[in-house]
Each structure stands twice: as structure tokens, then as C-alpha cells.
Design a protein around this ligand. Sequence first.
Ligand SMILES: NC(=O)c1ccc[n+]([C@@H]2O[C@H](COP(=O)([O-])OP(=O)(O)OC[C@H]3O[C@@H](n4cnc5c(N)ncnc54)[C@H](OP(=O)(O)O)[C@@H]3O)[C@@H](O)[C@H]2O)c1
Length: 155
Amino acid sequence: MAETVQNQFGGIDVLINNAGIMTLVDTGNEYNDLNKQMQEIEINYNSPIRVLHYFLPLLKKSKNAVLVNVSSGLAYVPFAQAPVYSGTKSALHFWTLGIRPQLKPHGIKVIELLPPVVDTPLAHGADIAEDDNLKPMPPERLADIFWKEFIRGKE
Ligand SMILES: NC(=O)c1ccc[n+]([C@@H]2O[C@H](COP(=O)([O-])OP(=O)(O)OC[C@H]3O[C@@H](n4cnc5c(N)ncnc54)[C@H](OP(=O)(O)O)[C@@H]3O)[C@@H](O)[C@H]2O)c1
């Protein structure tokens, strides 16, 4: 993919690690789907590391390189219905904090977006989008807040 981006677009300035899944799992049930949980770790945590690894040479060439990692408020507050998800987001959060100073000397700015409950299929799967107390945020609003803070230079 990195080669294709280089060949077709001549480089990259902004890399957003957004893809993610959330699996509801009962860890107390030994018949739960282990492969699904391993896949969740692969997509939510291992993949951002892999994607950065392959796109690093392209980001280094950009004069305005930005890496955005989409973690979650659940990196701080464990969600008992989705313990693996919370763990992956927590790992992504701390990886983000760790790589920020390492990439700074290379001119790559590292930004973390920690969304609250957002009105997307991911949240609907957990029934939390229907919880009045959690009031899911429209994705457009999250995007607006993100860009406002991005322009202000907030990491
Ligand atoms: N919704 C929330 O309440 C909430 C809160 C905090 C954080 N987040 C985070 O926000 C990010 C976006 O989630 P969302 O809410 O927009 O959920 P979503 O509507 O379910 O979208 C998930 C996205 O991830 C992509 N994806 C999933 N598995 C993939 C794979 N193996 N390879 C490539 N792409 C894959 C999907 O691509 P396809 O459409 O092609 O399947 C889709 O674009 C995730 O990292 C999520 O953890 C969401």
C-alpha cells in the first residue's frame, strides 16, 4: 500500500490509524471465540504499528507529516462488555505517548483522538448508542472538533 501511495500520489502528509473493531466478549465463558479476540488485537493495536512501520519513509519525506491515532475514551475507562477492546485502546494510547517524542526529531507530529461514544455501527453493536446517559455524538461533530483542535496545534 505504501508503494502504491508513493507511486500514485508522490507521497503522504497525513496518516490516520482509524480502522478498528469492538467485540463483545464474556471472558467467563470458555466457549467464546478466541480467534475473534486475537483478530481484535491485530486490527486495533498491531496494525497501527505495522502501518507506521511501512509508511515511515514516506512520512519522513513530508514537510508537514502528521500521524493520527484514533484510540478511545475506553483507553482510560474499561468497558466490561468489551475487555479486549479496552485493552487494545489502552495499549494504543500508551504507544502513542511513547512514539511522540521519538518521531518529533523526524518532523512527524503525533496526534491522538480519543472519541467518546460516537453514533456509528461500532457503537450500535454494543447497545451503548441507545443508552440515554451516554448520548452518542454525531460523527460530523467529532470531525468538527478534531479539525478545530488540529488547526490550533493540539496534540
Ligand atoms: N463509535 C464509537 O463510539 C467510538 C468511540 C471511540 C473510538 N472509536 C474508534 O473510532 C475508529 C472508527 O470506528 P467507527 O466508530 O467509525 O466504527 P465503524 O463505523 O464500525 O467503522 C470501522 C472502520 O474500520 C474499518 N476496518 C475494520 N476492520 C478493518 C480491517 N481489518 N482492515 C481495514 N479496515 C478495517 C472499517 O472498514 P470497512 O467499512 O471497509 O469494513 C470501517 O471503516 C475505531 O478505531 C474505533 O475504535 C469509536
